[in-house]
Ligand binder design. Structure first.
Ligand code: XIL
Length: 315
């Protein structure tokens, strides 16, 4: 029978999921479903700097990241590396550093990590969530403290040198609809592209039935694609009330379908990745909003939900 990955292959895009390494190692149903349904994987956490170099002093623990890479290769899956520089995933030891020391440590981590997986990681989310949510939609303070856009450029240059074959991406959220944040993201992408450093732009696409309509997403993807870069849906999930009405469930399926269709409608859109495929390991069921969750394609028993069939039919 057709699966998401066989259908996506016919449409010429990749279908991916974020992966929980513990589940991959211990839950056979999780492992089999990941293998059968997806042809791309992203480490949900295992490639973040805080996980790789927890203690500092160049003491890297590659075990979880290596396990994911080896498993993905045996499953015939591409790997989206996530993420090299994110204000939320710095090891705690970096908080004692000066800005100059932090910048140097970050670049050393980028060099070490990208070269380790050179030729094996297809795409890197090089800089994650650079744009502030404040009204001014400028770079986050994390980047301003390191010297602003020049610091972002240095990270991209370092990644480029460490693996010239990897495709280098920006990645952010709340940029899927037109507005100040999306405009700031676009301006940054345009400048990185003109320097020859940017290959793609990621749209996390964390949606909720509470607010998002996901109309206009296709036009935003096209706008970025017209810069001459790839675009991708990188972290798709759609939160729904834990006690959903029939209408909530319809809206959740509609949002999955719209996001998938937006990618399919834009020729430079290369992949749709969901941020976990089952509610049993999803961050949306583990965060500080207990009333919303169940944001994935499969229930906690790893049975396909209506959302799975919405994506399936869109493909
Ligand atoms: C999240 C993971 O899902 C959680 O398990 C972790 O505690 C925090 O990070 N945007 C991103 C992802 O780019 O890396 C985040 O992943 C979700 C939001």
């Amino acid at each position: 029978p057709a699966t998401l990955r066989t259908l996506a292959a016919v449409r010429g895009i990749k279908i991916g999921s974020a992966v929980n390494i513990t589940a991959l190692a211990t839950d056979d149903r999780y492992r089999d479903t990941l293998h059968q349904q997806f042809d791309s994987v992203t480490a949900e956490n295992a490639m973040k700097w805080s996980r790789l170099e927890t203690a500092g002093d160049d003491a890297y623990d590659w075990s979880a990241a290596d396990y994911l890479v080896e498993t993905a290769e045996s499953f015939g899956q591409k790997i989206r590396g996530h993420t090299l520089a994110w204000h939320n995933s710095n090891p705690t030891w970096t908080s004692n550093l000066s800005a100059a020391e932090r910048d140097a440590a970050m670049l050393e981590h980028v060099r070490t990590t990208v070269s380790r997986y050179a030729g094996r990681v297809d795409v890197w989310d090089v800089v994650n969530e650079p744009i502030s949510d404040k009204d001014d939609a400028r770079l986050r303070d994390y980047w301003t403290d390191l010297g602003g856009e020049d610091a972002i450029v240095r990270v991209f240059e370092t990644a480029r040198a460490a693996d010239p074959t990897a495709r280098l991406y920006l990645n952010d959220y709340n940029v899927e609809h037109a507005g100040a944040k999306s405009d700031a993201y676009y301006a940054l992408a345009a400048r990185l592209k003109s320097r020859g450093l940017l290959d793609g732009v990621g749209f996390q696409t964390h949606l909720t039935t509470r607010v998002n309509e996901a109309t206009g997403f296709r036009a935003v993807l096209q706008r970025f694609a017209d810069l001459g870069v790839e675009v991708a849906v990188t972290e798709l999930d759609v939160r729904v009330p834990m006690a959903p009405t029939a209408e909530d469930k319809i809206k959740q399926r509609l949002l999955f379908r719209r996001a998938t269709n937006a990618c399919l409608a834009v020729s430079r859109c290369v992949s749709v990745t969901v941020w976990g495929f089952t509610d049993s390991y999803s961050w949306a069921n583990a965060d500080d909003d207990p009333e919303y969750g169940n944001a994935t394609l499969y229930d906690t028993a790893i049975e396909a939900k209506g959302t799975y069939w919405a994506v399936y039919r869109a493909l």
